[in-house]
Design a protein around this ligand. Sequence first.
Ligand SMILES: [Zn+2]
Ligand SMILES: [Zn+2]
Length: 229
Amino acid sequence: MYYDLHIHSGLSPCADDDMSPQNIVQMAKIKGLQMISVCDHNSLKQQSVIAEVAKEHGLDYVYGIEIQTKEEVHVLAYFKDDHDLPLMQQWITHNQMKVVNRANFFGHQYLFDQHDQIVEEEKLALIFSLNVSLEECLHVIHNHHGKAVLAHIYGRKNGIVYQLGFIPEHLSIDGVEVSHEDDIQRFIDEYPCLSELPCFINSDAHHLSDIHEASFAINPKTLTRFWSN
Ligand SMILES: [Zn+2]
Ligand SMILES: [Zn+2]
């Protein structure tokens, strides 16, 4: 199943303003993807609309978010259904810095309806870390029946290796994300005890054209194991 499980919508301040639900889904279809996830920075507020649009167009949708912890590490949290999302969003809001977004500096944080109309702009800045540690964050994701995947572990700011220097082996994670195919072997070599975990290759697209082609597939068995563990 061809996937891209890390795409930003226009709700993320750093993403293009045309990263709207219809545009993202249409582009994913053109690229030949079968399963997508939009993971905005520190917010789940675009999830229900994007999920609806994706499903309407026959794509499998995984509810997601990219959380920035106190350590400035990016963690992707995935949810099989929307049951726990309201409570998860409450926890996020509670731990968010109460700073108003400066749109002309950080970028707009648009919320869209299913027809790509802007219905609201998120006021609180989503760019800052939540006031939670990485370990607490992983714990809360699991408490809300989510799966935790360390985002872009190599080579980029906010990846765990960039921020901490290594992946602590005791962390309770369900997968890792790399940006390039070559990094999979590096991960297996460096962390043999974590090598059983699924290793996702996602685009982290902030622009429509960056959404992945149908290049990376996950087999159904791996996916089932990911959700059931
Ligand atoms: Zn990130
Ligand atoms: Zn991202």
